[in-house]
Write a protein that binds this ligand. Structure first.
Ligand SMILES: Cc1ncc(COP(=O)(O)O)c(C=O)c1O
Length: 482
């Protein structure tokens, strides 16, 4: 790379992105990089210095924000600073990068982030290229209303093999995101039970998107408290409250409940199915969004599987998504409707076009057919499992102050700062000061200090650094294993 030598030291406490940012800035201010000169691409620097793309992005982001460089669309990054300017600025007010850097998050511990570095770009690109050809010009026209049959067939096979869901492709409906599917379900239930004020329920910390939709539709919603199974012997979900209420439609994430990462036990599953079958106007929406990423034991069969093995009149609507399996921006979600709801679905929505672009569906179907999808999931499961194991290891010396939950599945750990007297807001502020965006889990009626630590998009060295920074910010000292 053009005359640019950087010496980054992973052993130093100063984060790598700060080191990189400082060194590029120095090259600019001492005139070695001159106004208008192009900087190497982020990818090139990342490869050259064996850094994560995230690290380079943060350093470039900081330089951009401070006006040392500018970004030109489709061209790259260019020096945007005259050396003379530096001397004028320097005499007046010395730059204080530290105070500015605090506004940027070095690590965003969002529990929903996936690992974008391992996306199979070249294989996916090949599928895109193959699909975009004159031979496929029919894809330019509108497709099937419930989604392309080729993709629904791939989903059917995948669901049967990996989640035990048995259905025909007629029962599968594609939608652009969970919101589209839930929207349709709310309207469908209203059609099915006209004039009835249907009541909904979900887990206390259920998916906010679903909660918001139900509120927008003005649906009465009951939040069912979850109990932390690790410390108590109560059930994980308040079934008693459900049974005593007038709920009709229950939305659940039985294979990975937020925030504890619990799995609904077989007993509870049976009780819930029994509850649903007791009345015609009761249904369960099973959101199985990230069940592939389970690291211990056998995968838990879906609730839909259990229901269809017990009864011919299924009461479960199964929801799945490619957001965690591939990428959230794909916006491909699907639902499996019980046969009893199918005629009404088709008469209600029969005229509406599918919300997922036809070409996207076709590409995804080809990607699945080629076996690349399955390979990718295997690779990602191992990848996330290793990150989860590393995070648990890194937190081990802090068990006298932090408990964690949910290590058997998903992309985050729930941290319980059980010895802490400072407030959640104070702890969050301390984390933010050292560049870490944390997500507190709000607890009703308790003073628990819960945070979710998402690691999906962090590399191993970044995990080391993020934990060290966080523990340091909170003033926690590690203890050697007994
Ligand atoms: C509970 C839950 N359901 C579903 C999804 C996926 O939603 P979508 O398919 O709309 O991306 C997510 C994503 O984070 C989720 O947390």
């Amino acid at each position: 790379m053009k005359n640019m030598t950087f010496q980054l030291d992973k052993q130093r406490r100063e984060p790598l992105y700060v080191q990189l940012y400082r060194q590029i800035k120095q090259e600019i201010t001492n005139g070695r990089l001159v106004y208008g000169e192009q900087l190497p691409s982020k990818r090139k620097i990342a490869d050259y210095l064996t850094l994560s793309l995230n690290t380079v992005e943060t350093a470039y982001g900081q330089l951009l924000a401070e006006g040392y460089i500018e970004s030109r669309a489709r061209k790259g990054f260019f020096v945007h600073f005259h050396t003379e300017q530096f001397f004028i600025q320097n005499q007046k007010t010395p730059l204080s990068p530290v105070t500015k850097i605090e506004r940027y998050f070095r690590y965003d511990l969002n529990p929903h982030r996936v690992d974008t570095a391992l996306f199979p770009f070249s294989r996916y690109k090949k599928t895109v290229k193959n699909s975009l050809s004159a031979a496929n010009r029919h894809l330019l026209c509108l497709g099937e209303k419930q989604g392309e049959s080729v993709l629904r067939e791939q989903i059917r096979q995948y669901l049967y093999a990996s989640r035990g869901v048995s259905c025909s492709i007629e029962q599968i409906v594609l939608g652009a995101g969970v919101e589209t599917c839930i929207n349709q379900l709310i309207l469908l239930f209203d059609q099915r039970y006209p004039g009835q004020c249907l009541q909904y329920a979900m887990e206390q910390y259920g998916y906010p998107v679903v909660e918001q939709l139900l509120m927008l539709f003005g649906k009465p919603l009951l939040k069912l408290p979850l109990f932390n199974q690790a410390f108590r012997s109560e059930p994980k979900i308040d079934l008693q409250l459900l049974v005593q209420s007038a709920v009709n439609i229950l939305y659940l994430t039985p294979s990975h409940q937020y925030p504890y990462g619990n799995i609904l036990s077989v007993n509870e599953r049976h009780q819930l199915l029994e509850w649903a079958h007791r009345q015609d106007d009761r249904y369960i929406i099973e959101d199985d969004y990230d069940s592939e990423f389970r690291y211990i034991g056998k995968p838990i069969p879906s609730l839909q599987h259990l229901d269809s093995s017990l009864s011919t009149q299924s009461k479960v609507i199964y929801l799945g998504s490619f957001s965690k399996l591939l990428m959230p921006s794909l916006r491909v979600t699907f639902m499996v409707l019980p046969l009893s709801l199918l005629p009404l679905y088709q008469s209600t929505f029969g005229l509406l076009n599918n919300t997922v672009p036809r070409l996207t569906q076709h590409i995804l179907a080809q990607f699945m057919q080629s076996g690349e999808f399955e390979k990718h999931i295997h690779k990602m499961r191992t990848n996330y499992r290793k990150k989860m194991e590393l995070l648990c290891r890194l937190l081990q010396p802090y068990r006298h102050v932090i408990r964690y939950h949910g290590e058997h599945s998903g992309f985050y750990l729930l941290l319980d700062l059980y010895q802490e007297s400072r407030s959640v807001a104070q702890l969050q502020m301390l984390a933010e000061k050292c560049g870490i965006k944390l997500y507190p889990v709000k607890q009703h009626n308790t003073d628990k200090k819960y945070f979710s630590f998402g690691f999906g998009n962090l590399e191993h060295d970044e995990l080391h650094e993020a934990v060290a920074l966080l523990m340091n910010a909170w003033g926690y000292e590690g203890e050697a294993a007994a």
